[in-house]
Design a protein around this ligand. Structure first.
Ligand SMILES: C[S@@+](CC[C@H](N)C(=O)[O-])C[C@H]1O[C@@H](n2cnc3c(N)ncnc32)[C@H](O)[C@@H]1O
Length: 220
């Protein structure tokens, strides 16, 4: 299965499947910290899918230029349809593999990855953070939302069942290769991103986290 074609097919039913499985829980996690984008001038959305993040980013950050990169043409087409005409000029939608994309240096005030890094292995996420870092300005925000394994007990067991079901579903639909969550938060921390704030739901099965880049930009 070609992965991007898998997401193209899923794009029609993605929101419905999400709602049946999780109700509004993922929606809450994605957008919980969105107001932090308010003053950003350049925002990068990675694997935003059907464009719900893009539509909200346009409203929350009315003066930002926004780049959204996803490798599914189907997802991007849905995202384009959600855009208000007055926002089109400041939004760039790109169909590309984010892991290999040639990002412009020292550009973005914020990046969002919502239920995106869990598409990759730990090694891929580690390499991707290193790849993306030079594109982020000093003190850039990284808005992250994803699943996590709760620390113990019945909730951990329940999460394992859900994750196994989701991995099987995405393997079937998109050819997803991974079978476990990458330690994305630890990798961000190890790469010098500081956890600024975090909210969790369902016993820490769903996380919404804001990291801040701590590097000092060479240009300042
Ligand atoms: C699980 S969906 C998450 C979509 C959305 N962010 C959300 O919160 O539901 C993963 C998204 O990432 C995109 N994607 C997966 N791998 C990618 C890659 N290497 N480069 C760009 N986009 C990718 C898929 O096309 C899909 O839209």
């Amino acid at each position: 299965m070609n992965i991007s074609r898998g997401y193209d097919q899923l794009s029609h039913i993605y929101r419905l499947v999400e709602f049946i499985a999780f109700g509004r829980a993922l929606e809450r996690a994605r957008f919980h910290h969105f107001s932090q984008l308010r003053d950003c001038k350049r925002i990068l959305l990675l694997g935003d899918g059907d464009g719900r993040g893009l539509a909200l980013a346009c409203r929350v950050a009315p003066h930002a230029r926004i780049d959204s990169i996803d490798f599914s043409a189907g997802m991007l087409a849905r995202a384009a349809r959600r855009l208000r005409p007055e926002d089109r000029a400041r939004v760039t939608l790109r169909q590309a593999d984010a892991l290999a994309f040639n990002f412009p240096a020292d550009t973005y005030d914020a990046v969002t990855t919502f239920f995106f890094l869990d598409c990759f292995s730990g090694e891929q996420v580690r390499a991707f953070i290193d790849h993306l870092r030079p594109a982020l300005k000093s003190n850039a925000l990284w808005l992250y939302a994803d699943f996590a394994l709760p620390p113990s007990g019945v909730l951990r067991l329940r999460a394992r069942v859900w994750l196994a079901l989701m991995h099987a579903f995405f393997r079937w639909q998109t050819g997803l290769a991974v079978r476990a969550l990458p330690p994305a938060k630890n990798l961000l921390h190890a790469a010098g991103f500081r956890l600024q704030t975090e909210t969790s739901w369902q016993g820490r099965f769903i996380l919404s986290t804001v990291f801040t880049q701590t590097k000092v930009s060479p240009n300042r």
